[in-house]
Design a protein around this ligand. Structure first.
Ligand code: TXA
Ligand code: MG
Length: 339
């Protein structure tokens, strides 16, 4: 494995080697504006299979194809509607994935045998250049072992995945920190399958938005759902976690202190304002943007602290709060208290 350091330069020529590796069917870890991806040639069945093996990912959980220009969408998807075009125009390049009807060139392994494919055009220049140099759509899930918090910096990724890829491109900390918003348009309704930086409020300007009920609720076994990824355990540290939320900060603090007193070794993940109130705590910042940027890194850090329980302060569900609560609920395996 080679590391390509793009943190302190914009010499994109360096990415040609990684682009060639993708063409040859090898795996490359690269930054996007959301999280790092572990990528392969999305039209090469055996290359894509290696992504599933590297992550230990279930094969019915489909991957997103990443493109670098709008023409590429017509190579892989068909029957695109006016509204779908409009959403792509508005939110690409960016943290936005749209599920479209797939063309036959897309191997079934990419889509978990579905007849649809998730497509995203990232904004990050390194990601864009890598796709250009490889000259194929790149299939890329988040760079982490399945079930673990998504990788947002290479320090967190190296230990888990270094033996499994040809290159890791270091672009520093990812900007947004949460994965893209995934949507599917059905009968002109915009269904949010996974919330992200592009919010319900943003999408509402273009049509009726339906937030999939599994975003904040556990998926019961054996039911058909629009986004297979929601069935699986995700973002979870090994340590037991509990999510606590109140719109009244005094009540919230009281509840967390009460929980704190019940455990021997406890860590509280909280905001800059509340951090001094607890015995052992880490701050995820103060704004929702701070939280989204830092949460996966902090969950990993917390997991190394050898405590009996991690108590995490929740946020309201407005704007990007919905995406934060979706990730935190799952990190806590739906262990949730609202007071
Ligand atoms: O920001 C992101 O989206 C990152 C970066 C690397 O681009 N990628 C990412 O991929 O988060 P992944 O594989 O970790 O998550 C993809 C999600 C899963 O929840 C999956 O179920 C859903 O997208 N998905 C992909 N294709 C789909 C399809 N055809 N129908 C429904 N859901 C789909
Ligand atoms: Mg993922």
């Amino acid at each position: 494995m080679n590391i390509i350091d793009m943190k302190n330069n914009n010499n994109y020529e360096l990415l040609k080697l990684a682009g060639n590796a993708i063409k040859k069917g090898e795996l490359v870890i690269f930054p996007t504006e959301t999280v790092y991806g572990i990528g392969a040639n999305g039209l090469d069945e055996s290359a894509v299979e290696n992504i599933f093996i590297a992550k230990g990912r279930k094969t019915d959980n489909p991957l997103i194809l990443h493109i670098s220009n709008i023409d590429m969408v017509n190579d892989i998807a068909k029957d695109i509607t006016y509204l779908e075009h409009k959403l792509m125009d508005e939110f690409w390049p960016g943290p936005f994935t749209i599920v479209l009807n797939k063309k036959d060139v897309v191997p079934d392994i990419v889509t978990g045998n579905l007849n649809t494919v998730g497509v995203r055009m990232p904004l990050n220049d390194i990601a864009k250049k890598l796709i250009e140099y490889s000259n194929v759509p790149i299939a890329a899930p988040s760079a982490n072992i399945s079930g673990k918090p998504s990788g947002t910096n290479i320090e967190d990724i190296i230990d888990e995945l270094k033996d499994k890829v040809s290159y890791i491109i270091d672009g520093g900390d990812t900007k947004i920190g949460l994965e893209s918003t995934v949507v599917r348009v059905i009968d002109n309704n915009i269904h949010i399958l996974r919330p992200g930086y592009i919010t319900k409020e943003d999408l509402s300007k273009y049509g009726n938005v339906i937030v999939d009920k599994h975003i904040l609720n556990k998926v019961e076994d054996n039911i058909d759902i629009l986004s297979p990824g929601m069935k699986y355990k995700h973002y979870a540290p090994n340590t037991k976690c509990i999510l606590v939320y109140s719109n009244d900060n005094n009540k919230l603090i009281k509840k967390i202190k009460e929980l704190e007193s019940q455990y021997n070794k406890c860590l509280v993940i909280t905001n800059d304002n509340n951090i001094k109130l607890f015995n052992n705590s880490l701050s995820y910042g103060s704004s929702k943007e701070d939280i989204s940027h830092s949460i996966f890194k902090i969950l990993r850090e917390a997991d190394k602290m050898n405590v009996d329980i991690i108590i995490i302060e929740g946020v309201d569900q407005k704007d990007i709060g919905l995406a934060i609560m979706n990730r935190l609920l799952r990190a806590c395996s739906y262990n949730y208290i609202e007071v």
